[in-house]
Ligand binder design. Structure first.
Ligand SMILES: [Zn+2]
Length: 199
């Protein structure tokens, strides 16, 4: 099918997004072609400014446009509770469920040796330093119930065993192989509330 190069390029750009196939990309591009120039400029600048304004919080490594991020700087949060997640997107899911009032630590992935992701590629050193210096009482390991999630949680559990803090994991309420990111609020809240002590 012939398509002008500019349109083709825009379709290819959308096609690189996770979960977006060619048909959806085409629909997006033709929808955008119907928009006014200022609307398109707003859309483009929202994307272009992502990397200008958003960086990682130096304390928890969540995406933020302020330092420290809005969670770390909120005096109403309990700094004795630390929830460890793989990615920032997991924080969005947990915040939506309103079940947690402590602070977070984003690992930046999960241990996945098959794809070359070893513990040293994640922010584990930073986690240990926070555990040692921030007066944390409980570390909640909130990893996806997947092979990589289990591997990472076991690895952290072993590392943290030497410290006197309490370590908990989310209850088995989340379907095996699923992602925290996609879990509904009630399931996530009950998995969080029913978290089990492992150390
Ligand atoms: Zn933060």
């Amino acid at each position: 099918m012939y398509l002008p190069k500019t349109i083709q390029k825009a379709i290819e750009a959308f096609n690189t997004l996770p979960g977006i196939g060619s048909k959806t990309s085409e629909r997006f591009v033709f929808y955008l072609l119907h928009q006014s120039k200022p609307q398109l400029a707003d859309f483009a600048s929202a994307i272009a400014s992502l990397k200008d304004r958003v960086t990682l919080c130096e304390r928890c490594f969540n995406y933020s446009d302020q330092h420290p991020c809005h969670v770390c700087s909120d005096p109403k949060r309990d700094p004795q509770l630390l929830c460890v997640v793989a990615e920032s997107v997991d924080i969005i899911a947990l915040e939506r469920s309103h079940v947690f009032r402590g602070l977070y630590h984003v690992l930046g992935g999960l241990v996945d040796p098959l794809h070359g992701i070893e513990p040293e590629h994640l922010r584990i050193r930073e986690l240990l330093s926070r555990v040692m210096t921030e007066g944390i009482q409980e570390v909640i390991l909130a990893m996806n119930p997947t092979v990589e999630g289990e591997t990472s949680a076991l690895y952290l559990q072993k590392l943290l065993k030497q410290s006197p803090i309490k370590i908990t994991r989310l209850a088995k309420g989340l379907p095996t192989g699923s992602n925290i990111e996609y879990a509904d609020e009630l399931t996530l809240a009950s998995a969080f509330e029913g978290r089990r002590v492992i150390h």
